[in-house]
Design a protein around this ligand. Structure first.
Ligand SMILES: *Cc1c(COP(=O)(O)O)cnc(C)c1O
Length: 305
């Protein structure tokens, strides 16, 4: 039994009118954890539990940490999430309400992560937020579900942080015989690590990241995501924080679903397609979701942009 749910695939009239394309939404914002991450992380946690692991350890104060906490609660195994001091009260509360233990340590993520790794015992499984083949296999189920409906997209739009989602989408497309369906990989300007790697044709690490799309703030994408970008049609696209935030607000009006700016980045391309995307008619947008930004927060960011 999987820990994630099968999510709706819906045609979006508002987005189709705005873009002039046929926009279809895979609504993974509706996962019990509020983001697609439960697919891969749920699958990984189930696999580690089968291997005999008795506790899950994470260092993500975002949707990955929340997904690990949800997975642990459903599987009846304890979860420890170590987060840096910068993590919002809201994120900590969302993790705690899933019965996970939250330890606050360090000024930045690498310090929290170092403590998390030092806590690892023999029966513990460390759950990486994006760089694990088990995660990608789990994320790929969203494409299996689309294929099972009989709908075949001409292009797929997806947000990219560390590239776990992109790797899962590409794996799902490949295993359904859709290896030539182009993927539009969207990042915000302050965290465009895939764009930088694709430009250089080698995996590069950014010096720093700066974006309101905190779930996309990875200095470097995983090796697998970069490989996919070199092996199949992948188009990199970069949007401003402003465009991602505007898309969140518009999407809330249009579809009545609140998502993080990370997801807003992908939606921004769907609302305002490039000439390249316009060459395709039926466009599948992965609505990856995210629960760490409130509407107040999104509006404050927008006012400051
Ligand atoms: C994690 C996350 C992403 C990015 O996924 P990666 O696998 O890190 O590329 C995008 N949107 C949301 C809401 C996320 O939680």
């Amino acid at each position: 039994m999987s820990l994630h749910i099968e999510t709706p695939l819906v045609a979006s009239r508002p987005l189709s009118l705005a873009s002039g394309l046929d926009i279809w939404l895979k609504l993974d914002a509706l996962q019990p954890s509020g983001s697609f991450k439960l697919r891969g992380i749920g699958a990984a946690c189930e696999a580690y539990a089968r291997q005999g692991k008795r506790r899950f350890v994470s260092s993500s104060g975002g949707n990955a940490g929340i997904a690990v906490a949800v997975a642990g609660r459903i599987l009846g195994l304890p979860v420890t999430v170590v987060v840096p001091e910068t993590t919002t009260e809201r994120a900590k509360q969302l993790i705690r309400q899933e019965q996970a233990e939250v330890i606050v340590h360090g000024k930045a993520w690498h310090e929290a992560n170092a403590l998390a790794l030092s806590l690892m015992g023999e029966d513990d499984a460390y759950i990486h937020p994006f760089d694990d083949p088990l995660l990608w296999q789990g994320h790929a189920t969203m494409i299996d579900e689309v294929a099972a409906t009989g709908f075949k997209p001409d292009a797929v739009v997806v947000a990219v942080g560390g590239g776990g989602l992109l790797s899962g989408v590409c794996e799902g497309l490949a295993r359904n015989g859709w290896g030539q369906v182009p993927v539009f990989a969207v990042e915000t300007a302050g965290a465009a690590s895939l764009a930088a790697s694709m430009a250089k044709k080698q995996l590069v690490a950014l010096d720093g990241v700066n974006t309101v799309a905190t779930s996309l703030a990875a200095k470097q994408v995983c090796q697998r995501a970069f490989e996919w970008s070199q092996q199949r049609p992948v188009y990199s696209h970069v949007v401003s924080d402003q465009a991602a935030l505007d898309a969140c607000e518009q999407f809330l009006l249009d579809q009545r679903i609140l998502v993080e700016p990370a997801c807003g980045a992908a939606l921004a391309l769907a609302y305002a397609p490039t000439a390249e995307l316009k060459r395709h008619q039926k466009v599948l947008v992965i609505v990856c979701g995210g629960v760490t930004a409130t509407l107040d927060q999104i509006r404050q960011w927008r006012a400051a942009c």
